[in-house]
Design a binder for this molecule. Structure first.
Ligand code: SF4
Length: 453
């Protein structure tokens, strides 16, 4: 076990043994102090992992610090709005995901059940609701959610607003089904009105200069993310522990901050270094030494690279210990792209922040007809030259699972097999490890046989 893993395990045990908000806040304060954070950052095997962890910790510490107004926000919101208004964002369902990794989900889910949250509700929200009931999350000043893709946020967040006595500070952004001029205007107006109302409740005016600078950072983040995604079109040799499915918090919650731009710049630079090494393997086959290492990773040989199978991952992954990714790695299967890493929106206009953010929301392939998601997935399949795709069908996610069969048929039409892997991202008791392994093994055999044919 590496130092980073040992520190993480120590923190996990501490939180498990002293599960209360005060202790979480204390731990975040300790690990986010500059000397400790840089020492902790130095223990990571890759730059991508280092900056991901540092910025995630800082963002959480800010929300728990009691020094900023806190706003709960659901995943598919444009978080630029939060940063422009000076709100510390807190994404309950994403942090609900952390409860899986921290080994707390059994307790938060049990709490939610005891409060009559229905078991067919997605566990990201159920675990988050349990954590709210257990008073583990920071107290929000505002709660904002949207109905893009998720039918759970608007209900659980409304219950949270009632619990905290802030129903007058609860906002549901209702996103039109189709993207056209009229819907952009309508949504832009909603965003503007909500921003004005929040600003007024904080005794402030909307600061348009701040909005413009946040939009600039959002564009920088977008540019670097696009560059990183561009490198991944060829990349098969990845930094140790790199997993694009871990980036959901910065990709959404930090959009519009310097941190997100920095993080994705570092991800791009690191992936590009690995790509250069990969390319040199093809050009210098005569000089290849199998024992050679690069940044803690054994450099693969040409044959190994040529035999790699490329996978597109759809939806999310289990956040507790599981064997899926080890199994893929052992069979030389690489996740070359994830649905959640897709930069789906155009550049934003700092002069028109509300319209730009409305366009961003309406460009989300998960909004509107399933055709939008199908087209986006087909484009990713072609761009990344994938051999197969996996959709993790997370229990309770009606939107994602409802489109699974259509996605399977659409990918089949272009000769790509899709494995729909039933499971639960948080509740390990609702996922059968044995069944998942068997199905994954069967899928690997299908993909291998198709390529050999
Ligand atoms: S998995 Fe689906 S239901 Fe759960 S939070 Fe995400 S979008 Fe909502």
């Amino acid at each position: 076990m590496g130092i980073a893993e040992k520190i993480k395990d120590g923190l996990k045990t501490n939180i498990q043994n002293n599960l209360n908000k005060k202790n979480i806040k204390k731990i975040l304060n300790i690990i986010s102090s500059e000397p400790l954070l840089s020492a902790y950052g130095a223990t990571f095997a890759s730059k991508s992992d280092k900056f991901l962890n540092i910025y995630s910790i800082k963002s959480l510490q800010k929300a728990y610090s009691s020094r900023y107004p806190v706003a709960y926000g659901s995943l598919f919101l444009p978080f630029e709005l939060f940063h422009a208004l000076g709100l510390a964002p807190f994404l309950p369902e994403v942090i609900g995901g952390f409860t899986g990794g921290l080994g707390l989900a059994d307790r938060t889910l049990k709490e939610a059940s005891s409060r009559w949250y229905t078991p067919d509700l997605c566990t990201f929200h159920r675990s988050a609701s349990g954590a709210v009931e257990m008073d583990l999350f920071p107290e929000p000043d505002f709660i904002i959610c949207t109905n893009i893709a998720c039918d759970a946020a608007q209900k659980t967040f409304y219950i949270d607003a009632g619990k905290f006595g802030i129903k007058d500070r609860f906002y549901l952004i209702d996103v039109p089904y189709k993207k056209n001029e009229g819907s952009i205007k309508l949504l832009a107006k909603q965003l503007e009105n909500i921003s004005a109302d929040i600003a007024a409740k904080m005794n402030k005016k909307i600061d348009m200069e701040k909005f413009a600078s946040v939009i600039d950072y959002s564009n920088k983040f977008r540019d670097w993310a696009l560059k990183a995604n561009g490198v991944r079109k060829k990349l098969l040799f990845y930094p140790k522990y790199f997993n694009g499915l871990n980036f959901i918090l910065p990709f959404h919650g930090l959009a519009g901050t310097k941190e997100a731009a920095d993080l994705y710049r570092n991800v791009y630079l690191e992936l590009n270094e690995f790509l250069k090494v990969q390319e040199s393997i093809f050009t210098n086959t005569g000089n290849y030494k199998p024992e050679k290492m690069f940044k803690g990773r054994k450099i693969p040989c040409v044959d190994n690279l040529k035999k790699s199978r490329k996978i597109l991952w759809m939806h999310l992954k289990p956040y507790y210990k599981n064997s899926i990714f080890t199994m893929l790695e052992e069979n030389n299967y690489k996740i070359v792209f994830e649905e959640i890493s897709n930069v789906y929106w155009p550049r934003l206009d700092p002069e028109k922040p509300f319209e730009s953010l409305a366009v961003k929301m309406l460009s989300n392939p998960l909004n509107g007809s399933i055709e939008n998601r199908v087209n986006a997935i087909l484009k990713m399949a072609l761009d990344y030259g994938i051999d197969g795709a996996v959709l993790f069908a997370h229990w309770g996610c009606r939107h994602s699972n409802g489109g699974a069969r259509i996605l399977k048929d659409s990918l089949k039409n272009i000769g790509i097999p899709l494995l729909i892997l039933d499971g639960d991202c948080l509740n390990k008791n609702n996922s059968s490890e044995g069944q998942i392994s068997t199905r994954l093994q069967g899928f690997i055999e299908i993909v291998d046989s198709r390529i050999q044919d």
